[in-house]
Design a protein around this ligand. Structure first.
Ligand SMILES: Nc1ncnc2c1ncn2[C@@H]1O[C@H](COP(=O)(O)OP(=O)(O)O)[C@@H](O)[C@H]1O
Ligand SMILES: [Mg+2]
Length: 282
């Protein structure tokens, strides 16, 4: 990426056009996440162990990263740190360019609610709440009235063809349907980052494929997805595959270049806003 821009700046026939082109490409693919020297340590002295060790990671907007590696290598810890559910012992975490590692838990929770959606292996639905209320849960932070939150949840469920099950309880749904409810809950507040910890781990192959197709569609809209999986066959959905070992990156392979990642959601929103504005002016 740097070499493309460097080449254009120095060798292009129109330096101004080259500079603008590079500026656009750089904005499109700016880092959404940057981890620097993240360490997560448990215990002290004889009992000391590391779930993550001096871990560096830069994630560009629009990447679909699959994290693989043996049990206990730190995959869930990594997602928990990324999702601001767990604090690292050392290191810095930049989210949208802001160092969030030192923020208070309340401030982290607010950022989490706005920017990050979670999908878990065991769905993590609240069994005594109807589906629609489960999906509306992340919207509590918005401060909108309950009726508005339920309407938003209803349209998220419609996207996953579950509108007829809104008032079912999770136990009345199949595993695949429960995971689609969980995906609806993850995207209901329109976050740009989706973190998924083995989302297909408890599903049969058919439901697994449906869930992966939904995640693919969410990614193609320009969202950034970081997903842990044990299933190598699923890496075909990824733009980058990271193998972890003992709390560190073992291998890191990009299968799609940064220039070819989907256009980030933020840009689409800005374009929509400007289209609406120019429409109003006409
Ligand atoms: N609360 C905890 N206390 C002590 N050790 C922990 C704790 N949580 C995780 N670990 C250890 O951290 C390592 C990484 O765990 P985890 O991130 O769950 O791995 P993975 O998801 O790759 O299976 C493991 O060795 C695990 O035993
Ligand atoms: Mg795990």
């Amino acid at each position: 990426m740097e070499s493309v821009c460097a080449g254009n700046r120095t060798g292009g026939s129109n330096p101004l056009a080259s500079a603008i082109f590079c500026c656009i490409i750089e904005t499109m693919n700016e880092s959404v996440i940057e981890l620097k020297g993240i360490t997560k340590r448990y215990g002290y002295g004889d009992t000391e162990s590391f779930a993550l060790k001096d871990f560096d990671l830069t994630v560009k907007r629009g990447e679909f990263i699959m994290i693989m590696g043996p049990s206990g290598c730190g995959k869930t810890t990594l997602l928990n740190v990324l999702g601001l559910l767990d604090k690292a012992t050392e290191g810095s975490y930049f989210l949208d360019g802001e160092d969030v590692s030192g923020f208070s838990s309340t401030r982290q929770a607010r950022i989490r609610a706005k920017k990050i959606g979670f999908i878990f292996q065991n769905f993590n639905l609240i069994m005594d709440l109807p589906v629609i209320e489960n999906v509306a849960l992340p919207l509590v932070y918005t401060g909108h009235p309950k009726s508005a939150r339920l309407m938003q949840a209803s349209s998220a469920l419609a996207r996953f063809r579950l509108q007829e099950r809104e008032y079912y309880f999770p136990s009345q749904l199949s595993g695949g349907q429960q995971q689609r409810v969980a995906i609806a809950r993850a995207i209901v507040s329109d976050p740009e980052i989706i973190l998924a910890d083995e989302p297909t781990g408890n599903l049969d192959s058919r439901s697994s494929r449906i869930v992966m197709e939904e995640l693919k569609a969410i990614h193609e809209e320009g969202n950034t997805i970081i997903m842990v999986t044990h299933n190598p066959a699923l890496t075909t959905y990824a733009t980058r595959v990271i193998n972890m070992l003992d709390g560190q990156i073992d291998t890191d392979v990009k299968t799609v270049s940064d220039q070819n990642l989907p256009k980030p959601v933020s840009e689409r929103k800005a374009a929509r806003r400007s289209r609406r504005k120019s429409g109003r002016r006409r």
